[in-house]
Design a protein around this ligand. Structure first.
Ligand SMILES: *Cc1c(COP(=O)(O)O)cnc(C)c1O
Length: 308
């Protein structure tokens, strides 16, 4: 596997429902990484770690972070051990999506084992769920630098960068980087706005607090009035996802982006300056989400997109 990242990633202009947005195509950063995971794991892609023989992490069985860690481990010649609560019997029999790709990369799954009781030695690199770690700042700062340079080249004084959050690591470190940049280049300002997709705003603030005690450095959080559960299927999400493809030709992810775009379209008038949406990849996850959506809402399916 190739270690090189296609950075800087391109920025495109798109129009959705008659509104103009810039789109940062971090989904194109690497064919085998989910976009923002290539940023979050950048440090470990490069770092000199002669002692490490394996990576250990935990989380959901279809996580984008899990898949990307399996890629990282394969690239670096490490083992990858991943802890999950439960692997559904059907998935075990018929592997699909991130789970299947991680298996193909040699991931070893440990089910229903209390990971916290295990002892990991110095040969093990332990990565928090979703890559919520201080090491993520390094790669995300590079992303902020790319956006900042693009902003200068295009003479955009005020820019809002919008992205949907899981652990919030990407949004937090991006905003932190821009806070520093804003003081260094006083003619340009850049701010980050995000929407929680996994829990609510309170959950997201807790995630921020684990990485950064200074609340002034946290991104602004906006949310929709209605509560959505992560990973559940919603008719309006699928409809919007299909509509985004129809209007832009871009395939977005089905877990985070529908809520991201729905929120952004609702808050557009409330946000400052030009708007840049960060496409964070995650398309491998569509391989499991799309069949579920198709089965649930067969009437919406008029065209096939997102299939390789
Ligand atoms: C992981 C992921 C996110 C969430 O990133 P966080 O840094 O955890 O907030 C958003 N979108 C996609 C496609 C992802 O893979």
């Amino acid at each position: 596997m190739e270690l090189e990242l296609a950075a800087p990633t391109p920025v495109e202009s798109i129009v959705i429902e008659g509104k103009h947005f810039y789109l940062k195509r971090d989904d194109l950063i690497h064919p085998d990484f989910s976009g923002n995971k290539a940023r979050k794991f950048h440090h470990w892609l490069r770092a000199d770690l002669p002692r490490i023989k394996r990576v250990v992490s935990y989380g959901s069985v279809q996580s984008n972070a899990m898949y990307s860690l399996s890629v990282l481990a394969k690239m670096r010649g490490w083992e990858f051990h991943y802890y999950v609560d439960h692997i559904p019997g059907y998935l075990r029999e018929h592997p699909v999506g991130n789970y299947r790709a991680a298996l193909e990369n040699g991931a070893v799954f440990n089910e229903k084992i209390e990971m916290r009781n295990e002892k990991f030695g110095e040969e093990t690199l332990f990565v928090e769920e979703g890559g919520r770690q201080p090491e993520a700042e390094e790669g995300i700062a590079l992303l902020a630098g790319e956006i900042s340079q693009w902003q200068r080249e295009n003479g955009i004084e005020k820019l809002t960068v919008f992205l949907p959050s899981g652990t919030g690591t990407t949004a937090l470190y991006l905003n932190k980087s821009f806070s520093t940049l804003n003081t260094q280049r006083s003619d340009l300002t850049t701010k980050v706005v995000t929407v929680p997709c996994v829990g609510d705003a309170r959950y997201l603030r807790k995630q921020f607090a684990m990485l950064e005690p200074d609340e002034d450095l946290w991104p602004r959080i906006v949310d929709l009035p209605r509560k959505y559960h992560f990973g559940k299927l919603y008719r309006e999400f699928y409809q919007l996802w299909l509509e985004l493809y129809r209007q832009t030709g871009v395939v977005f992810d089905l877990l985070y982006d529908p809520k991201g775009w729905q929120t952004l379209l609702q808050y557009r008038e409330d946000l400052d300056g030009a708007l840049l949406y960060l496409h964070q990849g995650g398309l491998k996850g569509n391989e499991s989400m799309l069949p579920r959506y198709r089965r649930k809402f067969p009437d919406l399916e008029k065209e096939n997109c997102g299939e390789k």
